[in-house]
Design a protein around this ligand. Structure first.
Ligand SMILES: [Fe+2]
Ligand SMILES: [Fe+2]
Length: 305
């Protein structure tokens, strides 16, 4: 299968320099990644106020998301989906299953997911040829979106996609469309509405409940199926939608030292996740053998989901 898309801006992507080295502190600022000017709709990225066909859909998405993602809801979903008793399939099977969906929360993208996954992975591969775990992380980071599929209970978009944030402590004002949190019952609960809430300083993000969605679900799937991806890969999968942290630097008081190390890799990853949502042409059949070799290296043949 060849994915053909019209806009030619992606020559910039082809001209990226190869960045060397595995020190994430250096990688954050270089990478040679040339940022395209516009998303798939010809607008700037992550502009939640820009007039576009998708603006109203996106705002309504966040209204419902912010009202319904409570501490109780997240605890329940983690318990339910953490059992991994929905189905068994391999990673590539899941990619094909996901290909039917489009993400309502995303102002930059309305194309099949496989294109976004391969664009992300291939862009990383060009700049960091030696970090094969990061290529695979790019390929699989959104697979948790299968929660939208009937096999997984066909969860509504507000429980699958969008930016994530901690529950059980005060919502930071940098969250997009913050005002809608005021209708969330936790916003008025003194147990949950202080800076630390049910957490403590430096407790580590592993001890923090995040709003439920595809990030945490895919993390659970990868971990419970005993992936050999490094800790930074799991961290990227789990927190890639945590924009309040990786874009705005909020909630850092909950991080421990390991989180701080891993965050450097998440910063590297994020620009590829965000800026590869453009119109690149990728020959799926040509790159598939490479990604199958990575899947076989880091995952069992069948996973429990
Ligand atoms: Fe995602
Ligand atoms: Fe993504």
């Amino acid at each position: 299968m060849t994915i053909t898309i019209e806009q030619p801006q992606l020559d910039a992507v082809a001209e990226r320099k190869v960045a060397a080295g595995a020190n994430p502190a250096e990688l954050v600022l270089d990478g040679g990644f040339i940022v395209p000017d516009a998303n798939a709709f010809g607008k700037t990225f992550r502009d939640y106020d820009a007039e576009s066909e998708r603006k109203e859909t996106v705002e309504e998405f966040y209204r419902v998301n912010h009202i319904r993602q409570t501490h109780e809801f997240v605890s329940r979903m983690r318990g339910e989906y953490g059992r991994l008793d929905k189905t068994e399939m391999g990673i590539w099977e899941c990619i094909e299953l996901l290909n039917e969906f489009v993400d309502d929360s995303d102002p930059d993208l309305d194309m099949p997911q496989i294109e976004h996954l391969l664009q992300t992975a291939e862009a990383i591969r060009k700049d960091y040829p030696d970090q094969d775990w990061l290529h695979l992380t790019g390929l699989i980071h959104d697979l948790g979106k299968v929660l939208l599929h009937p096999t997984f209970g066909e969860l509504p978009q507000w429980a699958v996609v969008g930016d994530t944030f901690p529950v059980g402590c005060a919502y930071d004002e940098c969250n997009v469309h913050f005002k809608y949190f005021k209708e969330n019952p936790d916003y008025h609960n003194p147990k949950f509405n202080t800076k630390f809430g049910v957490y403590s300083e430096g407790c580590g993000l592993d001890n923090v409940l995040m709003s439920w969605g595809h990030d945490d679900y895919m993390y659970l799937v990868a971990k419970e199926n005993k992936t050999t991806l490094p800790s930074a890969g799991l961290f990227i999968i789990r927190y890639h939608s945590f924009y309040p942290l990786h874009k705005h630097g909020a909630y850092t008081h909950l991080m421990n030292d390991e989180d701080k190390e891993n965050l450097k890799w998440l910063h590297v990853f994020n620009k590829y996740d965000l800026y590869s949502k453009s119109n690149v042409r990728i020959d799926v059949e040509k790159v598939k053998p490479y990604y199958m070799s990575l899947i076989n290296k880091y995952f069992p043949e069948k996973l429990r989901w």
